[in-house]
Design a protein around this ligand. Structure first.
Ligand SMILES: *Cc1c(COP(=O)(O)O)cnc(C)c1O
Length: 415
């Protein structure tokens, strides 16, 4: 065995700049680091109730939160299983890979899908929803599925305008929104925006390990799901939210064993969000994402290879950014940054054009959850170093552009 050690600069705390799972705060790790509670005891009941209330409150809704022991894919299925039956028509609005994947689940559940797919570089025009609903004279469309921030493209839809389009046509379709990437990072106002069901999960803006996922269900959606008479057709009793919403005993809330220590972690993360304040959380992510964009715009100027996928600022997510290194394979940069810099960047998903080298010229920066300027500036500095190392053309000064924007934004907040 060789005793020669490989030299690596990346000694210290690793940083995940992938768009989920995100960095877990020490406070959350500490809260989970304790003996498991008795799942038949009072303490776990209290924590569960606090998590449910905390999630609903952060969504700004009077609706109830249902917790599933699952990842995001689980609540994609849960929402559909509780609201629709085979051959029900649904309108899926997709702006990237995650919307498309939700559609695959809907088809497997034998829903009849109308797919409004605008590709990977724009957002849904609510007028198109209005047009489709207007043409649905016999009101056959039962639901509208929309992804708030699609994590592959990093575009963000204007959900409040979706509701306006539904109301203008006086259409009864129920509005179901995937906010898995955006929740805890960017503004979501469930009741004011008229969202009936919002789904999210623990591992992105909610700063907790994967394993908890949430359906937040308003009264209308609760009532509506009760009217679906043939309960037998629900995909599996596990997903049924009725006993979880109205449990006859605590055990029903999770349809089995409670996810003990994860709940302690999630509650601590919610406490942190509440301490910071909702508006401050949104503002922080707005500034941090702005720093990322300023950096990339600068690096890509004057013949630099980098560019942002979403050109219109108002259509961009504050949780994740999708970036192109047109004509250059970014894989080597990513590996070097991980090995020597201790930072993991996200890979591109769903881009397959030749121009983007079948997706190898695409990467993503996750700026979700537990994140401050020194963390994001570290990511951006390493990006600049990696471009230099791999001889990908760029205009130096990207980090400087980010810090300038940070200072400017903080100045304007004071006034
Ligand atoms: C991450 C993500 C999902 C999938 O969640 P998993 O926990 O990986 O199953 C779905 N939708 C969006 C928008 C996401 O960001």
């Amino acid at each position: 065995m060789s005793t020669k050690k490989i030299f690596k600069l990346a000694y210290g705390r690793e940083h995940l700049a992938i768009p989920g799972p995100s960095n877990i705060p020490q406070r959350v790790l500490q809260a989970m680091n304790r003996p498991a509670p008795n799942i038949y005891g009072k303490e776990i009941e209290v924590v569960t109730e606090k998590v449910r209330e905390g999630i609903s409150k952060f969504a700004n809704t009077n609706g109830k939160t249902v917790i599933y022991v699952s990842n995001g894919h689980g609540v994609w299925e849960a929402a559909l299983a509780n609201l629709f039956r085979p051959s029900d028509k649904v309108l899926l609005c997709s702006t990237g890979h995650f919307g498309q994947s939700w559609g695959i689940i809907a088809k497997r559940l034998r829903l009849e899908l109308t797919h409004l797919d605008v590709g990977f570089n724009s957002i849904i025009d609510p007028n198109q929803i209005e047009k489709i609903l207007k043409n649905d004279k016999s009101k056959k469309i039962k639901g509208i599925l929309a992804v708030h921030t699609d994590t592959s493209s990093s575009s963000r839809n204007k959900i409040q305008e979706f509701r306006e389009a539904i109301d203008v046509t006086k259409h009864p379709a129920i509005l179901v929104v995937d906010a898995i990437a955006s929740f805890g990072c960017e503004r979501i106002e469930m009741d004011p925006w008229g969202v009936d069901v919002l789904i999210t999960a623990s591992q992105k803006g909610l700063m907790t390990p994967p394993g908890l996922a949430y359906c937040i269900v308003n009264e209308h959606a609760q009532d509506y799901s009760k009217t679906l008479n043939n309960k037998d057709e629900i995909t599996s009793p596990y997903w049924d939210w009725e006993p979880r919403l109205n449990p006859s005993r605590f055990y029903d809330i999770f349809s089995g064993t409670a996810p003990t220590n994860l709940l302690f972690g999630q509650l601590e993360a919610l406490n942190m969000l509440i301490e910071e304040g909702r508006e401050n959380v949104f503002n922080r992510h707005e500034i941090l994402s702005g720093m990322v964009w300023a950096c990339i715009d600068h690096l890509g100027s004057d013949g630099g290879a980098l560019s942002l996928n979403i050109k219109n600022k108002k259509h961009r997510s504050n949780a994740v950014t999708t970036i192109f290194s047109k004509g250059f394979d970014f894989g080597k940069v990513r590996e070097w940054i991980s090995e020597q810099g201790g930072v993991d960047l996200g890979v591109g998903i769903g881009f397959s054009s030749r121009e983007l080298l079948e997706g190898r010229s695409v990467f993503r920066i996750g700026h979700m959850g537990y994140l401050n300027p020194h963390m994001i500036l570290g990511v951006l500095s390493l990006l600049e170093a990696g471009l230099e190392k791999e001889n990908i053309p760029f205009t130096p000064g990207g980090v400087n552009a980010a810090t300038e924007l940070m200072v400017k934004k903080l100045r304007s907040k004071k006034n």
